[in-house]
Design a protein around this ligand. Structure first.
Ligand SMILES: [Zn+2]
Length: 270
């Protein structure tokens, strides 16, 4: 990460996903965010020099908990993060913090949570205890349930939120706004006008769209009028398209899906 990110302590979201090719880099940035959440120094946080920041650095802050794969009796890391670890976290999360204003749970290799663990995590993310921040580190965010991802702000390894390219993001905005506009014919026209793009551009567009929708669900971006249920449906549709693009389904077909599948997101608000 070229430029360490600074945070506005008042505006922290309750859940983040850090993805990085290099897990150590992702963890470093996740710990910076954890420090930002408990820092007692002046803004912008983390100040890096207060007692809380120092404790996070040394791994001894009582309100910053790290959860990861357990070791088996031979000292090898188990394959998965088990559901009882997340249940234990849930019990702990309702207890007030020891010394900071907030409690932070940092889940390392969150993409190693098995399905039961992810579902338990989802419950927490849906109704987070007040003052608690969850930070999920993942090498591959695609391994997380779309419903889990949609409740988190995603930060990618290069330090920029979402890091979408400009064109992809602009198209994603256009698409979401067209869906929100509620006119099926306008949507068909828009999709038909873009079905000629190459696979790479389509991947970037779909990725940008998922990040944008996740931000809208978290309130980081204004909802153009789809409502939570509509945003969720549209996100699920884009997730499906992202999966198809990975197995080289044609771009034209994807845009067909984006046109037809989205009509229900705009038609049935709630
Ligand atoms: Zn500090």
């Amino acid at each position: 990460m070229a430029q360490p990110e600074v945070y506005d302590a008042q505006r922290l979201s309750h859940a983040y996903i850090f993805t990085a090719q290099d897990p150590e880099e992702g963890l470093r940035e996740a710990l910076r965010l954890a420090a930002a959440a408990v820092c007692t120094g002046p803004e912008p946080v983390p100040c890096g020099s207060c007692r809380a920041c120092r404790k996070v650095r040394e791994g001894i802050h009582p309100d910053v908990m790290r959860i990861g794969r357990r070791a088996d009796d031979k000292g090898r890391k188990k394959r998965e993060i088990a559901v009882d670890q997340i249940r234990q976290l849930a019990r702990d999360a309702v207890v007030l913090p020891n010394e900071a204003k907030r409690k932070v749970y940092l889940i390392e290799e969150a993409d190693k949570m098995n399905l039961a663990a992810q579902n338990a995590a989802l419950k927490l993310l849906e109704e987070p205890p007040p003052g608690v921040i969850f930070i999920l580190c993942a090498e591959n965010a695609q391994a997380l349930l779309p419903t889990v991802r949609s409740r988190c702000v995603e930060i990618h390894g290069n330090g920029q939120r979402g890091a979408p390219d400009e064109v992809g993001l602009r198209l994603a905005r256009e698409y979401v706004e067209t869906v929100a506009g509620g006119s099926p014919s306008a949507l068909l026209l828009w999709c038909a006008g873009h079905e000629g793009m190459d696979n790479r551009a389509a991947v970037s567009f779909v990725d940008s769209g998922m990040t944008l929708l996740a931000d809208m669900l978290c309130g980081r971006e204004a909802d153009p009028g789809l409502g939570q249920a509509g945003l969720r449906r549209l996100l699920a549709l884009l997730e499906r398209c992202a999966g198809y693009l990975q197995v080289n389904v044609g771009v034209k077909h994807i845009f067909g899906l984006l046109a037809v599948g989205a009509v229900e997101s705009s038609g049935n608000r709630g």
